[in-house]
Design a protein around this ligand. Structure first.
Ligand SMILES: C[S@@+](CC[C@H](N)C(=O)[O-])C[C@H]1O[C@@H](n2cnc3c(N)ncnc32)[C@H](O)[C@@H]1O
Length: 285
């Protein structure tokens, strides 16, 4: 169990608070998740299009896109709106229902199903121009065996010359400080404040305890939901070892969570956020 986080500031008025603790609450409420991450969607969408033009030779044609662990479907929607052909799956049935419904309500096409990152089966034989998995989602695979299966499945889903994009936060085992991030989302009278803490990564178990506390405010009411989980850790060296587990892929570039095409970085001891741009190798003639 991670240490207790610092207490959050008291609300200005008396509110009725309900504290719920569960390992799944964070994703069982797709709307709240969606609100908190909404600000990133346009940037990520432009990044996917730009990186495919640069490294997969796709020009401006519609992309075939696969998103393992697609969550609420925010990227499925934004890419589908721009004419791309989107497929996505998630382990959480609430997220899948939410993602399907948002595409249907907006008259957008896309296939969404329940599946897991390390065992997924595709409903199509046609390979993808790009397979993407951002915001540390790959770290939900907490064993080496699961991570290896997942990266190999993602590689197999891409066409030769197509891309696999993995964005995650690297761990520094020497750093004993807690990590903390705060996000706020607002939509139609609802405000969601998400506080996320990451605790000391363990080099031996390769686990990093995480906690999210969501404060959901509507009018005078506040609801508090806590979620605890573990992420698998990746130091720069361990990230290189992960890439080596998928010999069908080659690393062509690295970026960070600013999603800027002009700024690249390396897998080095700067830790922090990284986006791996991996390309499926062409078969030898
Ligand atoms: C941080 S969200 C990312 C969602 C989406 N990719 C996005 O960028 O908005 C993580 C998602 O991973 C899903 N997830 C966690 N472990 C999974 C697994 N093993 N297979 C499939 N989905 C998983 C969760 O249900 C959740 O929807």
């Amino acid at each position: 169990m991670p240490p207790r986080p610092p207490s959050s500031s008291s609300p200005s008025r008396q509110r009725s608070a309900v504290a719920l603790t569960s390992s799944t609450a964070w994703y069982d409420t797709p709307l709240y998740y969606d609100m908190v991450y909404a600000d990133y969607t346009a940037m990520e969408t432009r990044f996917i299009e730009g990186i495919c033009r640069r490294h997969a030779g796709t020009g401006r044609r519609p992309l075939r896109v696969l998103e393992p662990a697609c969550g609420s479907g925010r990227l499925l929607e934004s890419l589908s709106r721009r004419g791309h052909h989107v497929h996505g799956f998630d382990l959480n049935r609430h997220q899948v229902a939410f993602a399907r419904d948002r595409l249907r309500r907006k008259g957008l096409k896309g296939r969404v199903w329940i599946d897991s990152m390390d065992r997924f089966k595709l409903p199509t034989e046609r390979p993808f121009d790009v397979v993407h998995c951002f915001v540390s989602t790959f770290k939900y695979l907490t064993t080496g065996a699961a991570a290896k299966r997942a990266i190999r499945l993602m590689a197999a889903a891409a066409r030769p010359g197509g891309l696999v994009l993995i964005g995650l936060h690297m761990s520094d085992y020497r750093d004993r400080r807690e990590g903390y991030e705060r996000w706020i989302g607002r939509r139609r009278g609802l405000k969601v404040i998400s506080h996320t803490w990451s605790y000391r990564p363990d080099r031996r178990t390769r686990l990093e305890p995480m906690k999210t506390r969501m404060r959901i405010l509507r009018g005078d009411q506040v609801r508090v939901e806590d979620t605890h989980w573990n992420f698998r850790t990746y130091s720069p060296k361990e990230l290189k070892e992960l890439i080596a587990q998928a010999p069908a892929l080659e690393l062509v570039a690295c970026h960070d969570f600013r999603y800027e095409l002009h700024s690249t970085r390396r897998i080095d001891n700067e830790y922090g956020d990284i986006i791996l741009v991996l390309r499926r190798k062409q078969p030898r003639p």
